[in-house]
Every structure is written in C-alpha cells, then in structure tokens.
Design a protein around this ligand. Structure first.
Ligand code: SF4
Length: 61
C-alpha cells in the first residue's frame, strides 16, 4: 500500500514515524514523508499510523 502525507497539514508530531518507521519518517523540514510503501509485514502498523494522525494528513494513494 502506498501512502501520501499532506505537507501543508502535517504538524510534525512524529506519531506516524513512532508507529511505523518503515513507512513514515520525519524529514529535515520537520514534516513527515512516506518514504516507502507498506508491505504485508507492516500494513497494519501503517494503517494505524494513518488513523492516528491528529490532523488527518495521511492518505492512501
Ligand atoms: S502523525 Fe500526521 S501530523 Fe504527525 S508527523 Fe505524521 S503526518 Fe505529520
């Protein structure tokens, strides 16, 4: 599954990276990015990260 982070909405809280660092990482600009797609190993964690974003900045592509 591929994910996208709305860079304007992200507040850089780090929740997504804490829940699924294989897919989400905070960049040098302090905003999260989806660095790769999820796999069967981390689909659940990635989807929990999306659901846990406090500002709803993460979407599935
Ligand atoms: S959980 Fe949402 S607001 Fe927090 S860093 Fe990730 S994308 Fe940004």
């Amino acid at each position: 599954m591929k994910y996208a982070v709305d860079q304007d909405a992200c507040i850089g809280c780090g929740m997504c990276e804490a829940l699924c660092s294989e897919v989400f990482a905070i960049g040098l600009d302090g905003k999260a990015q989806a660095v790769k797609g999820s796999t069967s190993d981390n689909d659940l964690a990635a989807s929990e990260a999306m659901a846990s974003c406090p500002v709803g900045a993460i979407s599935q592509e």
